[in-house]
Each structure stands twice: as structure tokens, then as C-alpha cells.
Design a protein around this ligand. Structure first.
Ligand code: HEM
Length: 428
């Protein structure tokens, strides 16, 4: 998705905008549309040719209000536009598609297993993944950061969940296909068929993974042993939650990586500011998350008649919260179209807001901090080395391909090739 800077003078016909169409994000300019919506129609209705409709909210305050309050806006009827008008079979079985108290019963123990403290022992293995991933920067060929990033979360989440390593490449492909079924990279399969094929294969796969495992010290083992108010998780609940965890990790994290590196190529002065003060790396990671907003939207349904920004919302209406727009809201962010590696405060909603706030945020932050800690330490500057191709999806603000070249610091090539024992500063 293009991360453009609207001038406010663009002619945007709000009756004609199509936020459902995946091509809006691969070939269009959604930031111009969202800017106009925040100004002129903060509560906007779109009806599709088949009669299905949805309300869009684009301001930070409305997005937060929708995500925060499950008593007004339920997650049980699906949380992605791809399910608009349908029935979510995962309702009350998968944490992401349930409301409290069912949601809380699943979330509380899972959140402990995925907390910063519980993941501390994983730092060395994630750093190992980071170093393998960036090693090609030492070579002469351009490095496709989007393609390298595509396998990045799979490696640390696959290990955490205890999934066999030989399955990781196919799992990474299937999870992307499940959120970007219309992307041409899925060739002849592209479209609704690829969405069902991806779901079918992933559910079958996790069905096999959760069956017949003895006690194991990994995340799937933990889910199997969890106590849900006096009972264990049923097989279908296990499958849905494994699916959700892997999808949550795989389809978002790569785009935070690629879009942040893209921002470094476009704002070399900001990158230089960062390399001049590496203590800012964690702030830069947060700005990269705000800037990229890898998850474009999340959906809810109004439980009863209500209102947002003074506009009535009818019971049962689908309400889509556009996170990418909220993260550029000039009501909350000073100079929102400026990429500022030291932005503080930075109240971005890239990980959502309220009870469903991303449970994988600690893991994602650990991985991104370790990755950018290494890049900022070793790379003097990045340069684009080819065209940037954007993913065709209304859910993931993704980059499919982005070749870059890195100008390395003295000694970095040897280190990347494994010729140095320099130990990097630990991430905080
Ligand atoms: C940069 C990386 C990531 C981004 C931008 C991101 C974004 C989000 C957002 C916006 C939500 C809120 C959904 C809602 O309100 O309905 C969410 C929830 C979730 N995420 Fe992430 N995520 C990331 C990484 C991860 C990782 C690494 C995992 C797995 C370990 C993960 C698993 C989940 C799950 C299971 C939920 C549902 C939580 C609940 O319903 O309580 N995510 N994520």
C-alpha cells in the first residue's frame, strides 16, 4: 500500500470510494481517501453491488471506541471484511472472534505465556533468526527485504508453537494466501477459491498437529493444558486458536519490516538521526508500526442502536475501524505524515486497542527491536534497488517485493558473514 502524504486538495468523491476492493490498496492511494473521510465523513457507509454494506470509521477516537467496547460492538460476527455478510464459524471458539467472558477465559492464560517476561529466554534464538535473515546484506546482489521478511515471523512463531521446521515455508505461503487471496502471486488460484483452499489446508494441518501429541513444552502444548473454567480446550477451539496465532504473526510482522526499511530509504535524514543515537531504536520501531499499520482494518458489528461521532449506527450494522487512517489522524499525531524516528508520544493503534489488543505484541516487539537493533548497528544507509510491489489485500497493508542495497559500516560485512564475534547490545 502506498504510504503517501495527502495535500488535502485532492478531489475525492466520497460516494465513489471503494474501501472493499483490494486493488484500492495495491494500485490506489488510500491515505488520500482516508484523509478526506476523516475531514468530511468520519462515519461513512458503503454498499457493495450485491447489497452488503458496512460503516467505516477513520478517526482515532472512533476507531478506539469501536475496538474498546465489546458491549456495543461485538467480535462474534467476524472481524475481517472478507467475512462480511456471512457467519463466522469460529465465533466463541477462537479468542479473536469472541467477546468477554469467553474471550477473557482464553486470553488471560495465553497472555501470560506470550508476555515479555515469558519470552525473555527466547531472545537468543530470535537473534539467531535475525542474523540468518540479514546475512545476504553482505553480498553484492540486492536484498529483497519483503521476501526475506515473509519468512521471518514464521521462524520464531513456528519454533514457539513447536511446528516442524520443514512445514514453515508452506505455512507462510498459506497464511498470506488466507489474507490476500486476490493477490496475483497466487496465480490461477487467485480469488475466493484460494481463500477457501488456504483455510481448508491450514485447518486440516492444525487438526493433525493438535491430535496425538504427547505433553510438549511449546505453545500448542500450553494451549492443550490450559484450564478454561474447569475444562480443557476442545479440538476445534485448539485448531482455531492455532490458526489465529500463526496468521496474526505471519501476515503482519513482515510488512512492519519492509515498510520501515522503505521509510529509511525515503527519509535518509531520519535514518541518519537514528544511527547517530541508537538508543532511539525502540522509538523508531514504534514509528515504523504507526507508519506501516500492517493490519489495515478490523471489523465489529453493532450490538444495538448506537452512535459514533454523533452519527447513528443501527443494530446489526458492520462497522470497520481503519487502523491505517487512525494512525495518521491529525487530531492525535502532530505532523502525522512525517516519519519521525523519535516520535513521542506515539499513541498508535497498529496493535489495536482494548480487550483484543494484539496478544502477540510482546513477541512482535522483541523481534522487531532485535532486527532493527542489528540493522541500525551494521548498515550506514539503505538504497532502493528496484521497484516496490504492493500486496493486493484490503486487510494487510503489505509489500510483496522490495529490493534494497545496504551500504555497510566498516567491519559489518565480515560480521554478517559470520567472521566476527562481536556481541550486539541487548534489546530492552
Ligand atoms: C507487527 C506485528 C503485528 C501487528 C501489527 C498485529 C496487529 C494486531 C491487531 C490490530 C489486533 C487486534 C484485533 C482486533 O481488535 O480484533 C491483533 C490481535 C491479535 N494478534 Fe496481532 N499483530 C502482530 C503480531 C502478532 C503476533 C506475532 C502474533 C502471534 C504470536 C499475533 C497474534 C494475534 C492474536 C491471536 C490476536 C487476537 C487477540 C484477541 O482477540 O484478544 N499478532 N493483532
Amino acid at each position: 500500500m502506498r504510504l503517501s502524504t495527502p495535500t488535502g486538495d485532492e478531489a475525492v468523491d466520497l460516494d465513489a470510494v471503494d474501501l472493499f476492493d483490494a486493488a484500492t490498496y495495491s494500485d490506489g492511494d488510500p491515505h488520500v481517501v482516508w484523509h478526506a473521510m476523516r475531514e468530511r465523513a468520519p462515519v461513512h457507509r458503503q454498499v457493495l453491488p450485491d447489497g452488503r454494506g458496512f460503516v467505516s470509521v477513520t478517526r482515532h477516537a472512533d476507531v478506539s471506541a469501536v475496538l474498546r467496547d465489546h458491549t456495543r460492538f461485538t467480535s462474534k460476527r467476524g472481524t475481517l471484511l472478507s467475512i462480511l455478510g456471512g457467519v463466522d464459524p469460529a465465533a466463541n471458539k477462537m479468542m479473536a472472534a469472541s467477546d468477554p467472558p469467553v474471550h477473557t477465559d482464553m486470553r488471560e492464560p495465553m497472555a501470560k505465556a506470550l508476555s515479555f517476561a515469558a519470552l525473555r529466554s527466547r531472545h537468543p534464538s530470535v537473534l539467531g533468526v535475525v542474523r540468518r535473515m540479514i546475512a545476504p546484506l553482505a553480498g553484492d546482489e540486492p536484498w529483497d527485504v519483503a521476501q526475506a521478511g515473509a519468512g521471518f515471523p514464521m521462524e520464531f512463531t513456528g519454533a514457539l508453537m513447536g511446528l516442524p521446521e520443514e512445514d514453515w515455508p508452506e505455512l507462510a505461503r498459506l497464511t498470506t494466501m488466507a489474507v490476500a487471496p486476490e493477490d496475483p502471486s497466487f496465480g490461477a488460484e487467485a480469488g475466493h477459491g484460494s481463500l477457501s483452499a488456504a483455510h481448508h489446508e491450514l485447518f486440516e494441518y492444525f487438526g493433525e498437529q493438535v491430535q496425538g501429541r504427547g505433553e510438549r513444552d511449546d505453545l500448542i502444548g500450553f494451549l492443550k493444558a490450559m484450564d478454561l473454567g474447569g475444562r480443557g480446550m476442545r479440538a476445534d477451539e485448539l485448531v482455531y486458536n492455532c490458526y489465529s496465532l500463526l496468521l496474526g504473526a505471519n501476515v503482519t510482522t513482515p510488512h512492519a519490516v519492509a515498510a520501515t526499511v522503505l521509510a529509511f530509504t525515503e527519509h535518509p535524514d531520519e535514518y541518519a538521526r537514528l544511527t547517530g543515537d541508537r538508543d532511539r531504536t525502540n522509538l523508531a520501531v514504534e514509528e515504523g508500526l504507526r507508519w506501516s499499520s500492517p493490519a489495515n482494518h478490523f471489523m465489529r458489528h453493532a450490538v444495538g442502536d448506537t452512535e459514533l461521532s454523533g452519527q447513528p449506527i443501527r443494530a446489526g450494522e458492520a462497522v470497520v475501524a481503519w487502523l491505517g487512517s487512525a494512525n495518521r489522524d491529525e487530531r492525535v499525531f502532530a505532523d502525522p505524515y512525517r516519519f519521525d524516528v523519535a516520535r513521542t508520544p506515539n499513541r498508535h493503534v497498529a496493535f489495536g486497542f482494548g480487550p483484543h489488543y494484539c496478544i502477540g505484541a510482546p513477541l512482535a516487539r522483541i523481534a522487531l527491536r532485535l532486527l532493527f537493533g542489528e540493522l541500525v548497528r551494521l548498515v550506514e544507509r539503505f538504497e532502493l534497488a528496484g521497484p516496490v510491489a504492493h500486496l493486493r489485500s484490503n486487510f494487510v497493508a503489505g509489500i510483496r517485493s522490495m529490493p534494497v542495497r545496504a551500504v555497510l559500516r566498516p567491519g559489518a560485512a565480515a560480521e554478517l558473514e559470520g567472521g566476527s564475534d562481536v556481541v550486539p547490545a541487548p534489546s530492552r
